[in-house]
Design a binder for this molecule. Structure first.
Ligand SMILES: Nc1ncnc2c1ncn2[C@@H]1O[C@H](COP(=O)(O)OP(=O)(O)OP(=O)(O)O)[C@@H](O)[C@H]1O
Ligand SMILES: [Mg+2]
Length: 250
């Protein structure tokens, strides 16, 4: 279980997240909804340990262990993946090398945990392996020679994030506005790829403004965030009702 306990977050003396208590069970899917500026990204970014944020309570727990002070790479080794709302561009890191490195590192780490021998996938085999996924996501192979996210469109950046999830197979996947920058076809292909990643071990935590995501992915619980707080929680049984109420307001 991934838990945020008594979290307050400040940026430049401004209190942005005010007292969050929230728990995510392994294997269940969650949505965090509501309006611009309600603090959804700030809450998600506490996991990435951004130096811009001052977190007043260091209480982010995973399966009974306080992981708040771990660095981002150590958190990712606990199979927590954060997909940013604004995906950064990283010059001089080439996509093919980056993807191969994270894939082989994750295999090496998993083998190490089980005391097994590890042999990295050769460049040749990795190229064959990755091209299959590029095809599924509708990404041209030429992208492999480009610098990571540099000049990629919003939708292309999203797809590369999804590809990383596929390679790393994390347990807790936090998706901050995965729908932004995607046209309808790209949104559908990203959603079907996400659905294909889903196992009983994986939890999606989806930050969004829209209900469209509920049509493709089973959501167990919805948290409504306003003014830096969670103000409501709905179980799946309430989603249909809330969707109708929500649309009535427009
Ligand atoms: N560096 C900063 N300085 C001042 N205010 C900030 C800073 N970073 C974030 N904020 C403010 O904190 C509030 C919450 O921002 P956050 O990005 O978490 O909202 P959000 O719910 O993710 O919004 P959106 O739906 O638009 O993505 C906003 O009012 C934002 O302007
Ligand atoms: Mg946001």
């Amino acid at each position: 279980m991934l838990e945020f306990k008594n979290i307050f977050v400040k940026v430049e003396e401004k209190e942005i997240v005010k007292w969050i208590n929230i728990a995510f069970e392994k294997g269940k899917n969650y949505a965090i909804l509501w309006e611009n500026g309600s603090g959804k990204s700030s809450m998600s970014l506490t996991l990435a340990w951004s130096p811009r944020y001052t977190i007043s309570s260091w209480e982010i727990w995973l399966d009974g262990k306080n992981i708040s002070h771990l660095s981002p790479d150590e958190k990712s080794k606990l199979w927590i993946f954060l997909s940013f709302q604004n995906v950064p561009e990283i010059p001089w890191i080439f996509l093919w090398e980056y993807l191969r490195t994270i894939y082989n590192s994750s295999l090496a780490y998993k083998a190490g945990q089980k005391n097994q021998d590890f042999r990295p996938l050769s460049p040749f085999l990795f190229s064959r392996f990755i091209k299959k996924y590029l095809l599924e996501l509708g990404i041209n192979e030429d992208f492999l020679q480009r610098e990571l996210n540099v000049g990629f469109s919003g939708g292309e950046k999203r797809k590369i994030e999804i590809l990383q999830m596929k390679l790393l197979a994390p347990t807790y996947i936090i998706l901050d506005e995965i729908d932004s920058g995607l046209d309808l076809d790209a949104f559908k292909s990203v959603l079907s790829f996400l659905t294909s990643l889903k196992t009983e071990e994986i939890s999606f935590i989806i930050v969004s403004h829209y209900f469209a995501i509920f049509d493709s992915l089973w959501i167990d619980k919805v948290f409504v965030m306003k003014g830096g707080r969670i103000v409501e929680e709905w179980g799946n049984e309430l989603i249909e009702k809330v969707k109708k109420e929500w649309f009535k307001n427009f």
